[in-house]
Write a protein that binds this ligand. Structure first.
Ligand code: NOJ
Length: 428
C-alpha cells in the first residue's frame, strides 16, 4: 500500500514559537513572553522569535517551494482577545492574511486554537484552576471560527495538554492537576461545540495529544506489554488515556472520577474526526537516577535535547492508538533538533535530519501498509524557532533562521522532504 493520493504532507509551528511581535497591534502578553530568570536558556524569550508576524509572506513562499500540502499553525489567544470581551481586529486580520496567503499557495491551513501561550489576563482569572476559563476559551474560539472557517476546515482545540497542565507554576496556580484537567477538557469540549456551531463548512476537529509509548524490545517487553503500558492509568496526567479516553471514548480514568461529573462528560465527549498526535521518541529509553534501565546504552542516537531516537515508535504508536480509538491517525508533529549552522559553502547540511525523516516515514509507511488509515504527516517544524526552556539553541526547522538578521535558508532536509512530497512517499 502507498500513502493515499490526498495524504496531507505538511509542517507545523506555533504562534508563541515563531510570531514574535509580542506587543504589536494591540496584542497583550502571554505567560511565555517574559520568562522568570533561569527559566529559559541564556535568558532568551519569544518576544521577537522568527518575526513571522511581519515575514509571513516570505515564509509561505518558502513553504510553497518545499511543496507543502498542509501547514498547521496556532493562533495567539491574546492577539485576538487582548482582554475578555474585547476583539482585536488587527490580530484577526493577521490570521486572515496568513490563511489567504496559504490558500493562494495551494496549502491547506490547519489551525490550533491553543498551543501553551496562556494570555496573562487568563492567568489572572486563575488559569486552569478556574472553570470559567473554559467559557472564555469558547468565546475566543467563536471569534476565530467566525473569522476563518470559510477557508479553514481543519481545527485542533488544544496542543499537548499533558505539558501545559503539568506546568503548574505557570498555568495552574493551585497545582491541582485534577481540577486543571477538568477545566482543560471542558475547554476542549466547548471549543468543539463552537467549531461545529459556527463553521461555515463542515469542520474536521481533533485534540492534539503528546504521543507517548514504549516500543517492544525482544526479551524485555513484547508488543502486548507495550500496548498495555501505553494506556496504563499509572501514567496519570502524562498518559494519552488521561485525556483521550474522556474526549474520544467518553470514559473517565479512575483518578478523575471524583472530579469529572456526568454533566461534564456531556460537554467533554464530542465526536472527533481523527486521532491527532505529536510523536518524537519512545517512552522506554529514559535514564533512571540509579541507571538501571538496560535499554540505555552509552552513545545512543539522541537529538540535541537528549531524547533517544528510534523511528519504530511512529509505527507502534500509530498502531496502538488506532487499535484503542478506531479513528484515522494524523501525525501533527514529528521532527528532530540539532544545532545546525551554515557550512563553509554557505549551505545548511543536515544529513541526520534527512535520515531521521526518512526512517520515521518508513515506520509510518509500515502502519499504512498494514491498512491503518493515516491522514497526514506534519514535520515539526517548518522553521527553527523558540524551543521553550531550551531557547533558540535547539533547531528543529526545515528552514534555518539566522535570528539577528531574520534571514531564512532552506536546509538540505527541506530538499529531501520536497522530493518525498513530490513522489507522494514513493522515493522512501
Ligand atoms: C511538541 C510541542 O508541541 C512543540 O511546541 C515543541 O516545540 C516540540 N514538541 C519540540 O519539542
Amino acid at each position: 500500500m502507498s500513502f493515499s493520493q490526498d495524504f496531507l504532507w505538511g509542517a507545523a509551528s506555533a504562534a508563541p514559537q515563531i510570531e514574535g511581535a509580542w506587543d504589536v497591534d494591540g496584542r497583550t502578553p502571554s505567560v511565555w513572553d517574559e520568562p522568570e530568570a533561569g527559566a529559559v536558556r541564556h535568558g532568551e524569550n519569544p518576544k521577537i522569535a522568527c518575526d513571522h508576524y511581519h515575514l509571513y509572506k516570505d515564509d509561505v513562499a518558502l513553504m510553497k517551494q518545499i511543496g507543502l500540502k498542509a501547514y498547521r499553525f496556532s493562533v495567539s489567544w491574546s492577539r485576538v482577545v487582548p482582554r475578555r470581551g474585547q476583539v482585536n481586529k488587527k490580530g484577526i486580520q493577521f490570521y486572515c492574511n496568513l490563511v489567504n496567503e496559504l490558500v493562494s499557495a495551494g496549502i491547506e491551513p490547519m489551525v490550533t486554537l491553543y498551543h501553551s501561550d496562556m494570555p496573562v489576563w487568563v492567568l489572572e482569572m486563575g488559569g486552569w484552576d478556574n472553570e470559567e476559563v473554559s467559557n472564555a476559551f469558547a468565546e475566543y474560539a467563536e471569534i476565530v471560527v467566525k473569522a476563518l472557517s470559510d477557508r479553514v476546515k481543519y481545527w485542533f482545540t488544544l496542543n499537548e495538554p499533558q505539558c501545559f497542565a503539568n506546568d503548574c507554576s505557570h498555568q495552574t496556580p493551585s497545582g491541582d492537576i485534577n481540577r486543571a484537567t477538568r477545566t482543560i477538557l471542558l475547554s476542549h469540549g466547548r471549543a468543539v461545540q463552537v467549531i461545529h456551531r459556527y463553521s461555515v463548512q463542515p469542520a474536521r476537529v481533533g485534540l492534539v495529544i503528546m504521543g507517548i509509548c514504549p516500543i517492544p524490545v525482544e526479551g524485555i517487553m513484547d508488543e502486548n506489554a507495550a500496548l498495555e503500558m501505553t494506556f496504563s492509568e499509572r501514567a496519570g496526567v502524562m498518559g494519552m488515556g488521561w485525556w483521550m479516553d474522556p474526549a474520544i471514548l467518553g470514559t473517565v480514568p479512575e483518578a478523575l472520577k471524583d472530579t469529572i461529573s456526568e454533566a461534564d462528560m456531556e460537554v467533554i465527549h464530542q465526536k472527533l474526526d481523527f486521532f491527532s498526535m505529536n510523536s518524537y521518541f519512545p517512552a522506554n529509553f529514559h535514564d533512571y537516577p540509579d541507571r538501571t534501565n538496560p535499554l540505555v546504552q552509552p552513545g545512543m542516537p539522541r537529538c540535541q535535547m537528549g531524547n533517544v531516537l528510534d523511528a519504530e515508535v511512529l509505527y507502534y504508536i500509530t498502531k496502538f492508538c488506532y487499535q484503542r480509538y478506531g479513528l484515522p491517525v494524523l501525525i501533527t508533529e514529528n521532527g528532530t533538533c540539532m544545532n545546525d549552522r551554515p557550512c563553509l559553502d554557505g549551505k545548511i547540511h543536515d544529513p541526520q535530519r534527512t535520515d531521521y525523516i526518512h526512517r520515521y516515514l518508513l515506520a509510518l509507511k509500515r502502519a499504512v501498509d498494514e491498512g491503518i488509515p493515516v491522514l497526514g504527516y506534519l514535520y515539526w517544524s517548518i522553521m527553527d524557532n523558540f524551543e521553550w526552556a531550551y531557547g533558540y539553541d535547539v533547531r528543529f526547522g526545515l528552514i534555518y533562521v539566522d535570528y539577528p538578521t531574520q534571514m531564512r535558508l532552506l536546509k538540505d532536509s527541506a530538499e529531501f522532504y520536497r522530493e518525498v512530497i513530490e513522489s507522494n512517499g514513493e522515493n522512501l
